[in-house]
Design a protein around this ligand. Structure first.
Ligand SMILES: *Cc1c(COP(=O)(O)O)cnc(C)c1O
Length: 347
């Protein structure tokens, strides 16, 4: 099966497994795991923050970040289709008493004015106060879209003036960095808390990291333990993270080219399906409103041909390229997919 459901489906390579085998470990709840400690230092350095904390999942890293910024009964604002709002099962409300309000953006792309239009900092005793703004880069359900740096900077400036914090859901910040050449630090310096995933395009089996100030990391360490996320000899996973940064970060550019090929093959059937120029990174989302079949039906046809994508809405099909997808796999996809699309295209 050519599995394009997500970049989370990668399996650790032989080299990564060797790194895991050779990892020096200790009890990380005691702060004794040298491989975790060095990975946290490395990622803090990359993002330009004082400190960082290894977490089992991106959701936990996000949730730790926002709970440090927003008090119970205050609000976080985010884009309508952001992962924090749609895909973390209400964790901000359940664990932290945080309410959310959303602005809508085409392909999830940030315009500072959209966020600022709904922000209500210091709302007094009757209305909920906005304490933090979350930005997702790249934007998953937006089709891997990259956030414009000038809009991030503008939002940072305006939000800082009214005392609002900014959280970066950077699960795929690596992809944005590789695609634009903008340094991780340049992105990172605009945020108070940052989460990054090692288990997406970088190909580690498990692991995310929260990066922020030393003081917040000390608090995050307590909350991580409280959430049941204090892990012991977890250097075996951190070693995979180091390996991923050493070997796999630079390979993301291939994922981006492969995603572009999928988009171009679809656009050749109908430009209404996808505009290849909007495919910034490793995600292609098809708008199937011009098709007589649903995303689930098209996906079923694809599966019969040995290709699997993710039907994330009735007419919304997502393809994600990743480390375990080869150029030959893409040859196969572009040989099969246009024919299936053509068959169900509504004139
Ligand atoms: C995958 C992802 C996360 C974290 O997901 P986990 O499955 O909890 O690791 C967070 N944000 C975005 C945008 C993601 O795509």
């Amino acid at each position: 099966m050519i599995d394009l459901r997500s970049d989370t489906v990668t399996v650790p390579s032989l080299g990564m497994r060797e790194a895991i085998l050779n990892a020096k470990v200790g009890d990380d709840v005691y702060g004794d795991d040298p491989t975790v400690n060095s990975l946290e230092e490395r990622i803090a350095e990359l993002l330009g923050t004082e400190a960082a904390l290894f977490a089992p999942t991106g959701s936990m890293a996000n949730q730790l970040g926002i709970r440090l910024l927003v008090q119970p009964g205050e609000e976080l604002i985010a884009e309508t289709n952001s992962h924090i709002v749609r895909a973390e099962l209400g964790a901000a409300a359940v664990f932290s008493g945080i309410t959310t309000r959303t602005w809508e953006a085409q392909r999830g792309i940030l315009r500072a004015e959209d966020a600022l239009a709904i922000a209500r900092p210091n709302s007094g005793p009757y209305l909920v106060s906005t304490t933090a703004i979350a930005v997702e880069n790249s934007h998953n359900f937006g089709g891997g879209s990259i956030q414009p740096l000038d809009q991030i900077v503008a939002l940072r400036k305006a939000s800082r003036e009214s005392g609002m914090f900014m959280h970066l859901d950077g699960a795929r910040l690596w992809n944005a960095h590789v695609a634009t050449g903008i340094s991780l630090k340049e992105y990172g310096k605009n945020f108070d808390t940052i989460s990054v995933c090692l288990s997406k395009g970088l190909g580690a089996p498990v692991g995310s990291v929260l990066a922020t100030t030393k003081e917040r990391i000390a608090a995050a360490r307590i909350w991580r333990k409280r959430y049941g996320g204090g892990m012991r000899q977890v250097g075996v996973l951190a070693a995979a993270g180091h390996y991923a940064l050493d070997n796999n970060l630079a390979l993301l550019k291939h994922d981006h080219l492969r995603a572009k090929r999928i988009a171009e093959a679809c656009a050749s059937v109908s430009p209404r399906l996808v505009d290849p120029t909007t495919v910034d990174t490793n995600i292609v989302v098809l708008d199937l409103q011009c098709m007589s079949i649903s995303a689930a039906e098209l996906n079923a046809q694809l599966i019969e041909a040995g290709i699997s994508a993710a039907a994330l809405g009735p007419k919304f099909l997502r393809f994600v390229t990743h480390l375990d997808i080869t150029d030959a796999d893409i040859d196969q996809v572009v040989a099969v997919l246009p024919g299936l699309l053509q068959r169900s295209l509504v004139a």
